[in-house]
Design a binder for this molecule. Structure first.
Ligand code: MEV
Length: 327
């Protein structure tokens, strides 16, 4: 019987379809090779202990009966809610100690909370000897994300589980692996941390005020996600760039771009990128530019000078067990 299990899950980068995906349209997301590691150890007591040094949390302790109160610190909310949901479904008579270790900073918007939730769930199922398919993991993790955030399409949870590059429709209605080569992207961080649930709610509010305008924007974003999927499968990256440009214009109309994002996007286009757009909720965080080999160094240079150049490999492997220790 396993006594301690470590699992890891990748971060994510949204390529097309942000915001519209919350409202039923498809998106394309790719896993990045920066991983979040979670170790779960059975402690034989009625206790839940969590240490998450990368999220600024040392030795957080609760009894099992206290799980899921409203007082949860940010860094533990997802993990604690998931544990509570897990115990409701699969009652256990032993508590756990949890330790997380991150390869990426939570501020970069690569989805550290979904990666932490998924890696934790995988290790938890394994250490408790409960069989779980990817679909079981998805349902429990997405439930926990909604418990905590109230909003979100679940694309980041799917990406942390399946990895690779996915075509996704909420709430997991379509989760399809695109086997194509990851597009040649340069990734830049604006230096500004954005809050995803706030941005989702702002867009929902705009939709309430201007339903026709916003529905039209979502409709077109949905179409261009489908066009991008085809262009990517053909390796037609200039076309992918043109679609990124259009996606960015539509996101600007939703008021989710920012001065920092616009500046990085404009500069990369001036340096010869085929297209560029924000990636994720907007308001800051990351942008992506698609660029041919000849212009890559120039585009990277301009990102380095005006923001932070993120070196990541795309299409990374989904959640996996890293280590199992017996008692
Ligand atoms: C955030 O990374 C992407 C959004 O579409 C939210 C979501 O899909 O959950 C804005």
């Amino acid at each position: 019987m396993a006594h301690s299990v470590t699992a890891s899950a990748p971060g994510k980068l949204l390529l097309f379809g942000e915001h519209a995906v919350v409202h039923g349209k498809p998106c394309i997301v790719t896993a990045v090779d920066q991983r979040l590691f979670v170790t779960v150890t059975l402690n034989g007591e009625n206790m839940f202990r969590l240490t998450a040094p990368d999220m600024g949390l040392e030795a957080y302790v609760k009894t099992i009966d206290e799980l899921g109160g409203a007082d949860l610190p940010n860094a533990v909310r997802f993990i604690e809610m998931l544990y509570k949901r897990f115990l409701e479904r699969y009652p256990q008579n032993r508590g756990i100690d949890v330790v997380t270790k991150s390869e990426f900073s939570a501020s970069f918007g690569f989805g550290s909370s979904s990666a932490a939730t998924v890696a934790f769930a995988k290790a938890l199922f394994e250490v408790c000897g409960v069989q779980a398919s990817n679909q079981d993991l998805f349902e429990l993790c997405y439930r926990a994300v909604l418990d905590v955030q109230g909003v979100g399409s679940g694309f980041d949870v799917a990406c942390a589980i399946w990895g690779g590059t996915l075509y996704y429709v909420t709430p997991g209605k379509v989760i399809e692996k695109l086997l194509d080569e990851a597009p040649p992207l340069v990734v830049g961080y604006t230096g500004v941390k954005a809050d995803t649930p706030t941005l989702i709610r702002q867009v929902a509010e705009l939709k309430r005020k201007e339903p026709e305008l916003v529905s039209g924007i979502f409709e077109r974003i949905g179409e261009l996600v489908d066009e991008a999927r085809i262009a990517m499968s053909r390796g037609a990256f200039e076309k992918v760039g043109a679609l990124m440009q259009e996606n960015q214009r539509l996101l600007s109309k939703l008021h989710v771009s920012s001065a920092e994002l616009d500046m990085l996007i404009d500069e990369t286009i001036k340096m010869g990128a085929w297209g560029a757009k924000l990636s994720g909720a907007g308001g800051g965080d990351c942008m992506i530019a698609i660029v041919g080999k000849e212009k890559k160094a120039l585009v990277e240079g301009v990102v380095r000078n005006n923001g932070e150049l993120m070196r990541v490999n795309l299409g990374a492997e989904g959640v996996r067990i890293e280590k199992i220790s017996e008692q």
